[in-house]
Structures are given as structure tokens and as C-alpha cells.
Design a protein around this ligand. Structure first.
Ligand SMILES: Cc1ncc(COP(=O)(O)O)c(C=O)c1O
Length: 454
């Protein structure tokens, strides 16, 4: 299929366009200074780089000082189809002028979205409820698993992130800021990370079976045997775009079927084209029982979903599933227009075309920079892991911070993550623009290596 990304084409003669001697510029600093006297709880990303954005279009972002950047993170994995995609903007504008909210009554646009969504999702994933954040969709997924199985315990995986409510944080690493303690019945197990394997075969390669055997043993030893589901991200986003070994999900699916555990794929970050498929799980031909969708689902409009396979549809009736904003007409319009754009513009194909460019480009960077330990990519979800030493694989946080800031100053808007560079450009990007972004990162890594004595 051909792709049509003309509306988002960037003229690299004009972008990045940096007009202030320092970035963030004076207006950004002034506005952010005033805002931060009132707004509390900014993320580390903003604290490290307090730029104030004013406009976004396609793959570009412009700040209040008139500096224009290339966007290599889609906001925060959200604007997968580029900022202000014309089809999405028009659909939201139209809906806003017609009907904004009528609780969870059916509306024509909701029906259209539901039918369209089931047509693009694999298998019998056809029981849907709509929400307004990834976290509420995850919460609903947990409640539906309990309703469907009559059991209440959950297994989740080291490094995963699922949101910031009480149960969602209990699915992830417990720390000072989201503690002080995990909710009862929530347990974490290691998952296979090919770059940092915990269980290895005698030839040194990752032993996926050993992880599954450990899950079995862990359930016997640590839980009360009331496990409803295992919840995990198909590709770990926040942990640094960590891909599973190809045999993991098919084996996990078999294990869940045998032991009668539900498999929940939290695809808030990985779905709707981000990896070149509607669901990342499709890369491994694995059908989860429950899926959560978010971020790119409405291309920036807060709309998310929990989707269950047919056998679990009735359980959704038993969890008082609706919310005030879930499925409002503007949200449905945004999500529907996003799917239509993916289909009409061949954007899954474009994400794959970009992957075919990114993989060899990142492999080349790895050959040329000693501090790169590993590179990974699926569609437009990529990670570059920086280490102090390739043998010890010691994480190199200082390098991660410097590369982030240096590339930002060159005109690349993106997100930091300790020693792993995370990249998630809009899937409407053209290869020449992607190449420019990678050049900026490459240069920033080179400068950082020099600065840090490598
Ligand atoms: C995999 C995953 N699940 C859930 C969430 C929570 O989504 P939200 O921030 O929309 O509540 C996130 C957010 O980053 C996520 O990456």
C-alpha cells in the first residue's frame, strides 16, 4: 500500500529553526517561571528543559520564542499521527459544535468508533468500554479480570509501568514517590530482557522457558493461588523500549491457557500504529484476553479503551464500567478520525518503512560509539541504551542526561529516561526527517563521549 504523509512534510531548510541564543529562550523562562509558582508536580522532563510550547504541526513543535523543533517523542508517545492532524482536528471541532457530553448514552459517532475499532483489532477482541486516561482503562481491566475469574491476585513484571492510581502503581516498581506499600494481592516477577537476561541457557542466550517455570514456582510459593491474570506491556515503554524475545508471548499465552490465567496486554503506549500494527502483540501472533488502548488512540485527545475477548464481555457488565467522560462525542470523533487516517494514509506501512531505516542507522551508531550498549526498534518505538562499559553494562545516567540536553539544544524535542534514550517519532514522519533527527542524536552522543573522556 502507498502512504500519504504529504500534509506533514517538513522542509529541512526551515526546521529546526532556532532564533534565541539560548534554549529555552527568554519568553519560555518567563512564562514557565510564573506558571511554576502555581502549578506543582512538573515532570523531570520539564524541569530539565522548561521550554513553553505554543504550536505543533505534524512533526514540528514551536515554542513561544519562535524556536521550531523536530518532534521525536510525539509529545509523550501521544500524538502518534503528528500534531494537529487535519482529519482529527476537523473531527473534534465538528463534534465540539454538536454535542459535548451525554454520559454513556450511545451516540452515532460512538457507534461508528466501536464498529471501526472492532474491525481493526485482531481476533474476537470485541467487548469495549471507553475511558479518559490510560490509568482508568488499566483499573477497569483489573476489575474485569476479577469479575471474570472470581480471583483477585495479579502478577506483573519488573520494569513495567501501568499508570499512577493505587492499583496501577501496585503493578509496578514500588518507590518513595508511589509507595509506601503495594496493595495486597499484587506481585511482580522478572520478564525476559534480551540485553540483560536473568535466566540464561548454557550457550549464554536468554532462556524464556526458565522465566515461565519461575512464574509457576512463584505462584505456588508466594501467592494464595488466587491469581486472576498476568498484566504486562508488550514492549516496555518507560523502561526503555525493551522488546521481548520472539518466543516469549506465544509461550506465555500457552502457559496462561494451561493454568487458566487471563493475559492482559497494557497497550496504552504501544497500540494504534506506534509499532507498525494496531496492537504490538500482533507482532508475536498472540491474542490477549484483555487489552488497554490509550495515548495515540485519540492522537492527543484524552480517549482510552479497555477491550476484552468475547468470552469476557459479560464480565464488563458486572463492574459498573462507565465514567463521566469516557466515550464523549469529541473523544469518539478523535479516535475514529485517527483510525481512518491510519487506514487512508497507509500509516502502519510508513511506520514499518521508518523501522527499516532506523534499525541499520542505529546499528551503525552502535558500531561507532563505545557508550552504546544496545539498540532496539519496533516501528516507531526505539531505545538506545548507554553504558559506561560494554562488558559490565553499567548504566550511564550522566551520558543520558547530556545527550538529551545537547540534542534538544540542536532542535530535537524528545523525552529523557536516565541512561536509555527513548524515541517515539510521529508515524507520519518522512525518512529524510527521521535521518536528520538521528544525525542530531548521533552528534550529541559523539559530543558527550568526548566530554566524558571516551
Ligand atoms: C503502558 C502504560 N499504561 C498506562 C499508562 C497510564 O496512562 P495515563 O497517563 O493516560 O493515565 C501509561 C502512561 O504512560 C503507560 O505507558
Amino acid at each position: 500500500m502507498s502512504y500519504d504523509i504529504a500534509w506533514a512534510r517538513v522542509n529541512l531548510k526551515n526546521v529546526p529553526h532556532l532564533v534565541t541564543p539560548e534554549i529555552p529562550g527568554p519568553k519560555s523562562l518567563e512564562l514557565h517561571g510564573r506558571a511554576s509558582k502555581i502549578m506543582k508536580g512538573y515532570s523531570g522532563q520539564v524541569k530539565l528543559f522548561p521550554v513553553v510550547f505554543d504550536k505543533g504541526y505534524g512533526c514540528t513543535l514551536t515554542d513561544v520564542d519562535g524556536n521550531t523543533y523536530l518532534d521525536f517523542s510525539s509529545g509523550i508517545y501521544v500524538t502518534t499521527l503528528g500534531h494537529c492532524h487535519p482529519k482529527v482536528t476537523e473531527a473534534v471541532q465538528k463534534a465540539a459544535g454538536q454535542l459535548m457530553n451525554c454520559h454513556d448514552f450511545t451516540t452515532p459517532i460512538k457507534l461508528e468508533l466501536l464498529e471501526k475499532l472492532t474491525s481493526v483489532l485482531p481476533g474476537d477482541l470485541s467487548g469495549i468500554q471507553l475511558y479518559d486516561s490510560g490509568t482508568t482503562a488499566v483499573e477497569a481491566a483489573l476489575r474485569v479480570c476479577r469479575a471474570a475469574t472470581g480471583k483477585h491476585e495479579f502478577l506483573s513484571c519488573y520494569g513495567d509501568f501501568h499508570g499512577k492510581s493505587g492499583h496501577a502503581v501496585s503493578l509496578a516498581r514500588m518507590n518513595r514517590t508511589n509507595g509506601p506499600t503495594r496493595e495486597a494481592g499484587f506481585y511482580m516477577v522478572p520478564r525476559p530482557n534480551p540485553y540483560r537476561p536473568l535466566f540464561k541457557k548454557s550457550d549464554g542466550t536468554i532462556d524464556t522457558d526458565a522465566y515461565i517455570r519461575f512464574f509457576d514456582e512463584f505462584i505456588t510459593e508466594a501467592t494464595t493461588g488466587q491469581v486472576a491474570a498476568i498484566v504486562l506491556e508488550p514492549i516496555q515503554g518507560w523502561a526503555g523500549s525493551i522488546l521481548p524475545p520472539d518466543d516469549f508471548f506465544p509461550k506465555l499465552r500457552q502457559w496462561c491457557d494451561k493454568r487458566k490465567y487471563l493475559l492482559v496486554a497494557d497497550e496504552v503506549l504501544t497500540s494504534m500504529g506506534r509499532t507498525g500494527k494496531y496492537l504490538a502483540m500482533e507482532h508475536w501472533n498472540t491474542l490477549p484476553d484483555v487489552v488497554t488502548l490509550g495515548k495515540g488512540f485519540g492522537n492527543g485527545f484524552p480517549v482510552t479503551a479497555m477491550v476484552v475477548r468475547k468470552p469476557y464481555a459479560n464480565a464488563v457488565e458486572n463492574i459498573s464500567a462507565s465514567t463521566s467522560y469516557g466515550g464523549n462525542p469529541m473523544a469518539c470523533a478523535a479516535a475514529l478520525a485517527s483510525i481512518v487516517a491510519i487506514e487512508e494514509e497507509g500509516l502502519l506501512e510508513n511506520a514499518k518503512r521508518l523501522e527499516d531505516f532506523f534499525i541499520p542507522r542505529m546499528e551503525k551508531m552502535k558500531r561507532e560509539h563505545k557508550i552504546i550498549g544496545d539498540v532496539r526498534c519496533k516501528g516507531c518505538l526505539m531505545g538506545i541504551e548507554l553504558v559506561k562499559d560494554r562488558n559490565t553494562k553499567e548504566p550511564f545516567d550522566e551520558a543520558g542526561k547530556q545527550v538529551y540536553q545537547r540534542a534538544f539544544r540542536k532542535g530535537l524535542a524528545w523525552i529523557p529516561a536516565g541512561h536509555i534514550l527513548r524515541m517515539s517519532p510521529p508515524i507520519v514522519m518522512d525518512v529524510d526527517v527521521a535521518a536528520k533527527c538521528m544525525d542530531m542524536i548521533d552528534e550529541a552522543i559523539g559530543e558527550t563521549e568526548k566530554e566524558l573522556g571516551y
